[in-house]
Design a protein around this ligand. Structure first.
Ligand SMILES: Cc1cc2nc3c(=O)[nH]c(=O)nc-3n(C[C@H](O)[C@H](O)[C@H](O)COP(=O)(O)OP(=O)(O)OC[C@H]3O[C@@H](n4cnc5c(N)ncnc54)[C@H](O)[C@@H]3O)c2cc1C
Length: 414
């Protein structure tokens, strides 16, 4: 069985090690540049409490990622998956329970066909009454025109499905059932049409810190050689990799461009601000609300529990003064059941996010894959660089590993 070298010890790299082991690999090395595994899924701790910078969670029992992690000792607890959104309306904000996307007034279910791969092309499928406020939201959130971004940026922006208000539910659901394009672009709050697949979700017992610790133990137990504080240098690595060795690059692909003589895409300049507060909240927990109004600066609030405390993370499009931020948070939660008291601010971070890819980035990542494929063949596995959601990353890495090992199907986790 081929040896495997994995670069990057975030969730993708950890899962790739478990997946490679499941496929039969027994000589697996994992290299992480920092002194701990976990990547963006590992929150900073304040007095033992997790300062989560986004609302990452897992699916209910049977979710393939959860199943694989459970096989390696992780324990999950289910919760009622509660969320909502606030959208701009003609007479003020529209609060919607059970729907995490925008709700905008529309008159028809007709859609234009998709004419290209940019987010602008995707928005052009809608009538103007939907396309214009969505474009305004994209500019507010990411700071650039939708035409610059790849269409898949709709997912991290939470605008992959829009609820067109004003259309009778029967008409809308019939259109979703009959037409794949409409199903892809329109959504309906789950309680309005008995959609139940995301009613339950799960989080690791003891939080993400405990999950990563469990993974670290499990990697040792199955004989994976974990190297922390081990920064992989592309030039050196590509020159020393053995012909039969599988290389999984589950880290930022940016340094690879120079190593293969390609021009790298521009790194995102825009920075996002994240604040975590201790709060009293009488409503549902965990709970998140997405903001599509473009009012204020907060695009999402997430309320969760960590070590007996209730915490609220506010993700913002820019740095925000505390009085303004408190106003934004109250505005977003105003339309939902629950009383909020904001206590101490515990954490603040300001940084760019590798989430909203431009068309140029996605094109250049394609060229990079081709160049590395030409050099290493099927033994090169890109760590699903473009995908946003863990599930999509997991499926892509699994398919590429199967190809590297010449396996067509792997046994389903029991
Ligand atoms: C704010 C935020 C919110 C999110 N929300 C969701 C969500 O709700 N649902 C969902 O499914 N997904 C969500 N995601 C995406 C999800 O978190 C990611 O898919 C997943 O955690 C990313 O894991 P990763 O291992 O691919 O990358 P990372 O976690 O970034 O890991 C990469 C690792 O590689 C290391 N590294 C980098 N360069 C090198 C090198 N040269 N040598 C060695 N090591 C290196 C880094 O230190 C890091 O540990 C979110 C992401 C963010 C940032």
């Amino acid at each position: 069985m081929k040896p495997v070298r994995i670069v990057g010890g975030g969730l993708t790299g950890i899962l790739a090690a478990f997946q490679a082991h499941r496929l039969g690999a027994r000589q697996i090395e994992l290299h992480e540049r920092l002194d701990r595994l976990g990547g963006v899924a590992l929150p900073k701790l304040e007095n033992g409490r997790e300062m989560r910078e986004g609302c990452i969670y897992f699916g209910p029992e049977g979710d393939p990622i959860r199943t694989l992690l459970e096989e390696h000792g992780a324990i999950f607890e289910d919760f009622d998956n509660r969320f909502g959104s606030v959208s701009p309306g003609a007479y003020g904000p529209v609060y919607l329970d059970d729907f995490g996307g925008p709700a905008l007034p529309a008159t028809k279910t007709d859609l234009q066909p998709l004419s290209g791969n940019s987010l602008g092309d995707r928005l052009d499928c809608y009538e103007d009454a939907l396309a214009f406020p969505l474009a305004r939201y994209v500019r507010w959130h990411v700071g650039c025109a939708p035409s610059k971004l790849h269409a898949d940026a709709a997912i991290p922006l939470a605008i992959n499905r829009v609820f067109p208000t004003g259309i009778p539910l029967d008409t809308l659901s019939a259109s979703k059932r009959a037409d794949g394009h409409a199903n892809e672009l329109f959504g309906i709050p789950r309680s309005m049409w008995n959609y139940s697949s995301n009613v339950q979700a799960s989080l690791p017992v003891g939080g993400f810190t405990s999950l990563i610790d469990k993974c670290r133990e499990a990697l040792d137990a199955i004989g994976v050689e974990v190297n922390e504080r081990s920064l992989a240098r592309p030039n050196k690595l590509l020159s020393e990799i053995a012909p039969d060795e599988v290389l999984v690059w589950a880290a930022s692909p940016m340094p690879l461009f120079k190593a293969v003589g390609l021009e790298a895409p521009k790194a995102p300049a825009k920075k996002f601000a994240t604040y975590t507060f201790e709060v009293d909240w009488t409503g549902a927990k965990p709970f998140y609300v997405q903001n599509f109004t473009t009012d204020g600066s907060c695009f999402r609030v997430y309320i969760y529990e960590s070590r007996g405390a209730t915490l609220l993370t506010a993700e913002c499009v820019a740095e925000t003064e505390s009085d303004e931020l408190a106003k934004d948070i109250r505005f977003l939660l105003d339309g939902f059941e629950g009383e909020l008291k904001i206590c101490d601010q515990l954490y603040r971070s300001i940084k760019p996010r590798w989430l909203y890819h431009t068309v140029d980035t996605v094109n250049k990542l394609g060229e990079l894959r081709t160049a590395l494929g030409a050099r290493l063949g099927d033994n090169f596995v890109a760590g699903a660089w473009e995908a946003y959601a863990k599930g999509a990353k997991f499926a892509e890495v699994e398919a590429d590993l199967q190809k590297a090992f010449g396996v067509r199907m792997i046994a389903k986790a029991s």
